[in-house]
Design a protein around this ligand. Structure first.
Ligand code: NOJ
Ligand code: CA
Length: 516
């Protein structure tokens, strides 16, 4: 199955490539760069929302689920992208946003019963639920005096998933896109679309809760995360199975037991892939991450398949957040991502170890930044294709919708020409995965994970050793280095012990297979 063996690449369409010089990336820009994605060796392309949207939350406020945002192109462009991608063996996934619509979606006027409306309580909102973007999750409608629910921006009213007509609409939307050749969906807020029927107050956060939960101040156990969401996912799975479609969930939950449930019974009747936010949100140190991987391996149901990611459009770029600007550590992270058991999802630019871009206050456009002060714009800046004026993203002289980052280190052209670059490392690791069964289906066996050193075997013959610390380390074993983060060492024989410089990693083919 392509989504198990392959690599998925996430594109934030507004920032990938601008084909018509308006400063905004578009579908044609993606079509123009498909050869690059083929060269990189990816199998799936997940496009962040492409639907018409007033862009209160940059596409996550959808006003028509069956269309394409005019700034990004037309439905025909999307059809062409799907067809051109297919010629290259690339499957296109769209970003489905079922938790909420835009308040400018016609449903908000015409089908009020599609949304969650309630009387206020004591002159205030109906309950204590907080919006992820800050403030109460309710806004009062002046005309009727009723309040509507929005777990995100007030311009993103939550749909009422207890209404069967809403369910039927989305079944139809899924079919609409599957019929056009879309290979599947990333599902936004996949854990949260069903709300407590009685709208009970959320309990306060405690010291044991994940940092993000503590920051918000309450546990979202009633405003999201209801068990009934599994019925919706099971239904979508059976619908998707009719098309061989794949469902990747934004399962933003903070414990792995809950995560595992999103794969359904035996791992076969709900999501195909459920994003692991315990991993993504963890600190980058071996003693934190290795147990997360081990526990994920242990808890996933028999037929479930892990998915790993080191960044996305909602979180600081990994090169800054995890690798803290260190080129060696960034290479270790990329080696980790591409050698764990499961599907890697690469966020555009991560293959270049692109850093977070600093956004001057007058260029901030993220609604979350305006309300909570921490923004996501810095991880969404234009893809640096070259160091030309416009960075090969747009025409010279055009100001892009978000400012350019520093392209002197991270740009596609210079990294393609440099065999030692992060980009070539990613490409070579992807190519190796493809041809090496150990790296696809081979078991993950942790051999050592202490201090800054993480060593694991994949299958019987491959060993991955990551030295994330400041001291040289020596790992016992014999074989041949297939790929080292220091590419000059590729092909080196390891007689008895592998010496690894600080902040470097190696993938070794063992001289003797380990069948135990
Ligand atoms: C999660 C998305 O990834 C994020 O970008 C968005 O703001 C919220 N869901 C609301 O749709
Ligand atoms: Ca454009």
């Amino acid at each position: 199955m392509w989504w198990r063996d392959g690599v998925i690449y996430q594109v934030y369409p507004r920032s990938f490539a601008d084909s018509n010089g308006d400063g905004v990336g578009d579908l044609r820009g993606i079509i123009d760069h498909l050869d690059h994605l083929s060269w990189l060796g990816i199998d799936g392309l997940w496009l962040n929302p492409t639907f018409p949207s007033p862009n209160a939350d940059w596409g996550f406020d959808v006003s028509d689920y069956r269309g394409v945002h005019p700034e990004l192109g037309t439905l025909e462009d999307l059809d062409e992208l799907v067809a051109r991608a297919r010629e290259r063996g690339i499957h296109v996934l769209l970003d489905l946003v079922p938790n909420h619509t835009s308040d400018e979606h016609p449903w908000f006027r015409e089908r009020r019963d599609f949304y969650v409306w309630r009387e206020g309580r004591d002159g205030g909102p109906p309950n204590n639920w907080l919006s992820i973007f800050g403030g109460p999750a309710w806004t009062r409608d002046d005309e009727t005096g009723l309040w509507y629910l929005h777990n995100f921006d007030p311009k993103q009213p939550d749909l009422d998933w207890w209404n069967d007509d809403v369910r039927a609409e989305f079944d139809d939307i899924l079919r609409f896109w599957f019929d056009r050749g879309i290979a599947g969906f990333r599902i936004d807020v996949a854990h949260g679309i069903v709300k407590d029927r009685e709208l009970r107050d959320n309990p306060e956060a405690t010291a044991e809760d994940a940092e993000v939960v503590q920051r918000l101040g309450q546990r979202l156990v009633f405003s999201m995360n209801r068990p009934e969401v599994h019925d919706v996912l099971r239904n979508w799975r059976s619908l998707s199975d009719q098309y061989d479609g794949v469902l990747v969930g934004e399962t933003y939950v903070h414990d792995l037991e809950t995560l595992a449930r999103f794969y359904g019974e035996d791992g076969v009747d709900e999501l195909h892939l459920a994003f692991n936010f315990v991993f993504l949100l963890a600190q980058f140190d071996v003693e934190t991450l290795a147990p997360v991987v081990a526990r994920t391996e242990e808890l996933l149901p028999e037929h479930a398949w892990p998915v790993w990611t080191v960044g996305n459009h909602d979180i600081t770029r990994f090169a800054t957040r995890w690798a803290r600007g260190d080129a060696g550590l960034a290479r270790c992270v990329l080696m980790l991502l591409l050698t764990l058991r499961g599907t890697p999802v690469l966020y555009y630019g991560d293959e270049l170890a692109m850093a977070e871009t600093e956004i001057p206050p007058d260029r901030v456009v993220d609604p979350e930044a305006r309300r909570t002060g921490t923004g996501r714009d810095g991880a969404r800046t234009p893809m640096p294709w070259s160091d030309a004026v416009g960075l090969g993203f747009t025409e010279a002289g055009v100001e892009p919708w978000l400012p350019f980052g520093d392209a002197s280190v991270a740009n596609v052209a210079s990294q393609r020409a440099d065999p030692g670059s992060p980009l070539c490392l990613v490409r070579d690791l992807i190519a190796l995965r493809r041809s090496e069964p150990d790296l696809l289906g081979g078991e993950y066996t942790e051999l050592h994970a202490a201090g800054d050193v993480w060593v694991y075997r994949r299958g019987s013959r491959h060993l991955v050793a990551l030295n994330c610390g400041d001291e040289e380390t020596v790992i016992e074993g014999a074989g041949t280095i297939v790929i080292c983060t220091d590419r000059r060492r590729d092909g080196e024989r390891v007689e008895r012990a592998l010496r690894l410089a600080p902040r470097s990693g190696a993938l070794v083919r063992l001289a003797t297979p380990n069948d135990g």
